[in-house]
Design a protein around this ligand. Structure first.
Ligand code: ACM
Length: 268
């Protein structure tokens, strides 16, 4: 199975332009699963709920999802990408998976970062896993990385490839995702964006360095800090189904679930 990331620099508010740019960068790609950044079509730094409302789309009637679905079917791609979703008068920071067969799945980001809490509703859905080609794909979005439970639940649910659309601004995620891959024995693909987004008094610089990590924590491909890039590698997703760590250790069988009950308690 070929998997990769498309590291981009979206332009705030320019949905059609951003989708066109992504399509153009993907134009020679075929037979692969490619992850794009969080909110790749809208940009990240919303200033008001009105702006979110103007740019958010319902998954069913979404221009972005429709265009990406066409590309996926025409070029035999599975595409994972972030959009602002409008549903029942609420807004979600959502990751979409469109498959080469025309299926569409979505995951609403559970752990909202900073000012996202002003505009978006946190997702409460299950951490679903989707069988795509040889892989079992789980999705998480950006700051979900800070909560190791997300990758763990995806792995327990059977994911062997975690797709992670991101707009990273903190310096630790890329290292942390190597750990998420090791501690769950899964492949992870983090697709980050680059550039500085300035909106009035607000400004954020995104860290690039998108990466593909194998179940032993090795980085198979990495993007630069400032340039857009598309990188694809071949993996065997089944490598992630072997949870053996040593002849005497199995990652899942060795869990001490009875000792983890405090995880269910609220702090304080
Ligand atoms: C983030 O969750 N976009 C930092």
């Amino acid at each position: 199975m070929n998997v990769g990331f498309l590291q981009l620099k979206p332009k705030f508010g320019a949905v059609k332009e951003n989708v066109r740019a992504a399509k153009s960068l993907l134009k020679n790609m075929t037979d692969a699963t490619v992850v794009l950044p969080e909110l790749f079509n809208t940009g990240y730094l919303f200033r008001s709920k009105d702006e979110v409302e103007r740019l958010a789309e319902s998954v069913k009637s979404s221009y972005t999802v429709g265009e990406m679905k066409k590309v996926a079917q025409q070029q035999k791609l599975n595409l994972v990408f972030g959009i602002a979703e409008k549903k029942s008068r609420k807004f979600y920071n959502t990751s979409i998976l469109v498959t080469s067969k025309g299926k569409v799945f979505s995951y609403q980001k559970a752990h909202l970062f900073d000012r996202e809490k002003l505009f978006f509703t946190a997702g409460t859905g299950a951490f679903a896993v989707h069988s795509v080609d040889d892989g079992k794909i789980g999705m998480m979005v950006c700051f979900d990385w800070f909560f190791p439970e997300v990758a763990r639940i995806l792995a327990l649910n059977g994911a062997n490839v975690i797709c992670h659309p991101s707009n990273l601004v903190l310096p630790w995620c890329q290292d942390a995702m190597r750990t998420r891959s090791v501690e769950n024995r899964v492949f992870s693909i983090t697709a980050n964006r680059i550039g500085t987004e300035k909106r009035g008094n607000l400004s954020l610089t995104f860290t690039g360095h998108s990466q593909i990590v194998d179940p032993k924590g090795e980085v198979l491909a990495k993007g630069g800090e400032r340039s857009e890039s598309l990188k694809v590698v071949e993996i065997n997703p089944a490598d992630a189904d072997d949870k053996t760590v040593t002849p005497n250790n199995d990652l899942f069988k060795d869990r001490k679930v009875a000792l983890y009950k405090p995880l269910l308690r609220k702090p304080g």
